[in-house]
Structures are given as structure tokens and as C-alpha cells.
Design a protein around this ligand. Sequence first.
Ligand code: PPE
Length: 308
Amino acid sequence: MPITEVDKIWMDGELVDWRDANVHVLSHALHYGSGVFEGIRAYQTSRGAAVWHLDEHMKRFFRSAKLYHMEIPYSLEAITEAVKDVIRSNALNACYIRPVALRGYGEMGVNPLNAPVNVFVAVWPWGAYLGEDALEQGVRVKISSWRRNSQNSLPAAAKATGQYINSVLAKVESLKAGYDEAIMLNESGFITDGSGENVFIVRDSGLTTPPIQAGCLDGITRQSVMAIARDLGYEVREENLVRTDLYNADEVFFTGTAAEITPIREVDDRVVGEGHRGPITKELQGAFFSATKGETERYASWLTYVNG
Ligand code: PPE
């Protein structure tokens, strides 16, 4: 997806021009995948831009860094302020936010411990992740022949840049086969997640999503959707799923910061339910998007307003 350029990027404590936000070709992270990152969204509300679950994303960012023994040279509060600053300085009402901490220039060889840690926060307008029609029409997915990184090789508990090369394999395989997205199984054959989204099924008016132990990312949208669904009176289970559970579900959908709530209308060429967005998916989208706009008192604490 082409990037929509804006004016400024926060880099190591300063707001720099978009075109000057560069790293050296011998940065450690470029060679060994030694970076950690977040994906966050800010939504337009009647009180200006508001960041969705900023604190949760910041905590996960620092947990990812800890796993890789990476000391982020700024406090969580400082990066939180940086996120707000960079949105304000680009005068954006709604955007995607990408904080990254990476092992920078200065050392070669796998050992990252002596390489400096550079931090940046970029923002840009990003529309529907899986295409403009996807939120209404749903997407077609393929169960990937590539297995998800296993917990003892590249742990899903961290959002590390290097582990996404696994998602790249799955994503490209699915695109080349004519699908929109991939879902990966773990080594035991249970469903984990998409290349950049968690998965839910709806069956008999109850929701099920794979447990974190299956090897999926502990998605913040996943947590939000579980809370919203329970508040709407649905039973929500975290249980292992096999691929046929997806074929036989009444509804299937993805959740993610970028993907938001995207219906899945086909899995491996089997039509799911009625072959379009199901009623519970639609209801959850409605509740989710009202909350992101700051219209739901109950979820007011999930938003951080950029201006004040
Ligand atoms: N699983 C994976 C593998 C994943 O990358 C994401 C986020 C999720 C689940 C959902 O997590 P959360 O965003 O906390 O609800 N993927 C991010 C990056 C996507 C990209 O292409 O870049 C995102 O959605 O921001």
C-alpha cells in the first residue's frame, strides 16, 4: 500500500522532516531484524484526534523491547508524549501511528547489545487495511502452507520487526494464489492468526478466538472486541480452533489495529455463512466504531485525546 506522506517524523527526540528521517545502511536492524514496533490508530472525534488504547500499545512496545534486551532510551511517558506531538505537528485528525525502536548503526555481527537503540514515531493517514470494500464485503482468505513462528523460536509475545518475515511468506503466498489474506496454523495444526490480524469465529451466537498460547499476537483490538462482545451479551471463548471450524462457522472475522474488524467471507474457497458480512460482525463493527469516535461513555477511557 503506498504511503501518504506527511510533514514530520519524531526521531530520537526531535521532529524531523519526512525526507530526512533516514537510517544508515549498516544499521543492525536492517541486517538482523532487531527492531520492535507498534501499530496504533488515532481516530477523529468531536474533540479532535484521539489515540485508541495508547497506554496498552506503549506497554506492549516496552515488553517487546525487554524480551530482546533492548533498553529504550526514553521513558514510556516520553514516547507517549512523542505520539501526541507528532500527530499535532502534522495536524492530523485521524492516522496510523508506527513507533519503532531499532538497533542502529555502530556494530556488525549478530550480537546487538553494543549497538545504539534508535527510536522513531511516524504517522500517516491509512485507510482500510484490506481494501475499501473489505469492511462491508469481507475478504477471501487461505490457510497458509507456512506455519506460524513457534513460541520457542520467535515468540509471539513480542512485536519484533524480524518475525514479520514469516508473515511476509504467508501473505505473498495468499496473494499469488488469488486470495486477500492468509491465516497461519501453528506446528500442532491449530489456528493462530493472520499475517497481521487476529481471527474470531461466530457459531451459535457465541464467539471463539484462539488462545494466546496458540502462538498468536496478544492483539489489543482482540481484547477490545472481546470486551465489547461480552458487554453486548455474547459468550466469548478463547479455545483452539482447527481450519474446519472456520469453514463451518456462521461468521468469521479479523481484528487488528490496521484491519479494525474485517469480515471474512471465504476460507479456502468455502463460503462462510451467507458469504457476506454477518449480523454479529456488523453489530460489533458498529459498537467498535462508535467507541473509536468517542461516542460510548463506557469505553471513554480507551481514548487519549491529542489536544488536552
Ligand atoms: N496478529 C498479528 C500477526 C499482527 O501483526 C497484528 C497487528 C495483530 C494480530 C492484531 O494486533 P492489534 O493491532 O494489537 O489488535 N498488526 C499490525 C501491523 C500490520 C502491518 O501490516 O503493518 C497492525 O494492525 O497495526
